[in-house]
Design a protein around this ligand. Sequence first.
Ligand code: THU
Length: 138
Amino acid sequence: MGDVDWTALRAAALAAAARAHAPYSGFRVGAAALVDDGRTVAGCNVENASYGLTLCAECSLVSDLHMSAPTDARGRPRPGRLVAFVCVNAADEVTMPCGRCRQLLWEFRAPEMLVWGPSGPLPMTAVLPEAFGPDDLS
Ligand code: THU
């Protein structure tokens, strides 16, 4: 975990923000994450004229996690686990995930996942304390 290249990850998030579709809010968001298999995945916000249908950047990132995943012998995706995550706006200011997106990220976190916060890395367990997750259904 100590070898996360946060500068590169943040640059990937900023590049993703440039691909946003945000004509309604004007707030372009990009997210990027390092996966435990070495991939970097990213996403941008995609707004909709029906405002409530907007996809946050984190939603797009989770889709990328699956779409870029290697497949096993049966053709099933092996999405891996998120180990480091950063989200920025188009001005390269750190943007913390909204509540819904914290839950989305929780589903795919590695146990030691870090989120870049306003003053550096935070454990995902601090970003979404006492979380509900897959284990609660078993
Ligand atoms: N947004 C994200 O993409 N991620 C978040 O975690 C917070 C909000 C987007 C949604 C909307 O397009 C814009 O920011 C303003 O809320």
